[in-house]
Design a protein around this ligand. Structure first.
Ligand SMILES: Nc1ncnc2c1ncn2[C@@H]1O[C@H](COP(=O)(O)OP(=O)(O)O)[C@@H](O)[C@H]1O
Ligand SMILES: [Mg+2]
Length: 338
């Protein structure tokens, strides 16, 4: 006779009964969200795609998948990377767009008044991914405040569960559930507390593509654009990456779309390619984008430590001008005395 063993910890269940887009959990019926279905191809930067896919592998029954952070400038391809990875992983993808007013319950279950006057419970994309064994992308996660993140703490550690107060249920993630979070590196975001960040590992940086990849990406999205227009845009984007400005693929795609529309608009008075491109540049990315070098210089002056007060010479010479009397390439000597 074996002595009675303690009951095993509750296993993550894959046995929620799903029927016609509904799932029943502890006698509560939840309407599931629709997975994201558009195609998403990832071009170039193979390594980061492999790193993301590795996070979702389990090497043993006792192993747990990881939830990585995808970080990078806006428009660099973080969301696209997650979409492509979900396709490669072969499970449905659910995207939750995080915002600064996302409340904890929005992430889980929302009560909705149905036609018959009854309360219907709608599962968020996150909960839908948890019960169907899909992938959840929390997009732009650092727009969300700490309170909402706190409700996800038990999901991203060994417990793999969430508790909905509104519906009064505990939901266990399926064994197949996977997730990732994208985070923009810009100012309009919240600091995420360390106890959450420590659950969102590893950090995978998405950088700007090289010239060849950038061309291939633009060609993929705009196969109808003339090669010259694509080349002008790639030149512009590559220069902007070199100057550490954050004009992105998204900017390039938008500007090309607008230029192409302007060129085709009036067959009697067609706008020339260069004019249409310049106009689109200004209208989509702002007047500053017309002179990248000057923009980069201004950024350096406001962001960098070399915010030297303007002297008389600055009125007559650009900071980079070899004729500038105060021009000095050596940063250590920046403290000029007046
Ligand atoms: N490597 C890539 N392959 C294909 N398309 C890409 C790639 N990188 C960026 N894109 C495209 O560039 C645009 C911006 O990408 P997105 O993923 O929305 O950026 P982010 O989420 O970083 O702000 C999208 O239209 C996306 O399809
Ligand atoms: Mg995005």
């Amino acid at each position: 006779m074996t002595s009675p063993s303690p009951s095993p910890p509750e296993q993550p269940t894959d046995q929620y009964a799903i029927e016609n887009g509904f799932v029943k959990i502890d006698s509560v019926h939840l309407k599931l969200a629709q997975p994201y279905s558009a195609p998403g191809q990832w071009i170039g930067q193979h390594e980061v795609l492999m790193q993301l896919l590795a996070c979702w592998i389990t090497v043993d029954d006792a192993d747990l998948p990881l939830t990585p952070r995808l970080v990078g400038s806006p428009g660099v391809g973080k969301t696209q990377l997650a979409i492509a990875a979900a396709q490669a992983h072969g499970r449905p993808l659910y995207i939750y767009q995080c915002t600064s007013d996302t409340r904890p319950e929005d992430l889980l279950i929302t009560p909705v008044l149905s036609q018959g006057g009854e309360i219907a419970y709608h599962a968020s994309p996150l909960v839908s991914a948890m019960v169907t064994g899909g992938i959840c992308l929390l997009d732009e996660g650092n727009r969300m405040n700490e309170k909402s993140w706190a409700s996800l703490a038990p999901l991203f550690d060994g417990r793999r569960l969430v508790e909905s107060i509104v519906a009064g249920v505990t939901i266990h993630a399926s064994k197949n559930f996977r997730s990732a979070v994208t985070m923009n590196q810009d100012e309009s975001t919240f600091e995420i507390p360390d106890y959450i960040l420590s659950r969102l590992q590893p950090t995978l940086g998405v950088g700007f593509p090289n010239k060849q990849d950038e061309m291939a990406i633009l060609q993929y999205h705009l196969p109808f654009a003339e090669p010259e227009m694509l080349a002008m845009t790639v030149e512009f984007l590559q220069r902007s990456h070199q100057l550490k400005l954050d004009f992105s693929l998204r900017d390039g795609i938008n500007l090309l779309r607008f230029a192409l529309k302007r060129m085709i608009q009036d067959p009697d008075h067609p706008i020339g390619r260069d004019d249409a491109w310049q106009e689109a540049l200004e209208k989509c990315l702002g007047e500053d984008a017309v002179d990248l070098e000057q923009l980069a210089q201004r950024r350096r002056r406001t962001l960098g430590g070399d915010a030297v007060p303007l002297g008389l010479a600055d009125l007559f010479f650009d900071a980079d001008d070899p004729m500038h009397p105060d021009r000095d390439d050596d940063e250590e000597d920046d403290e000029s005395d007046f």
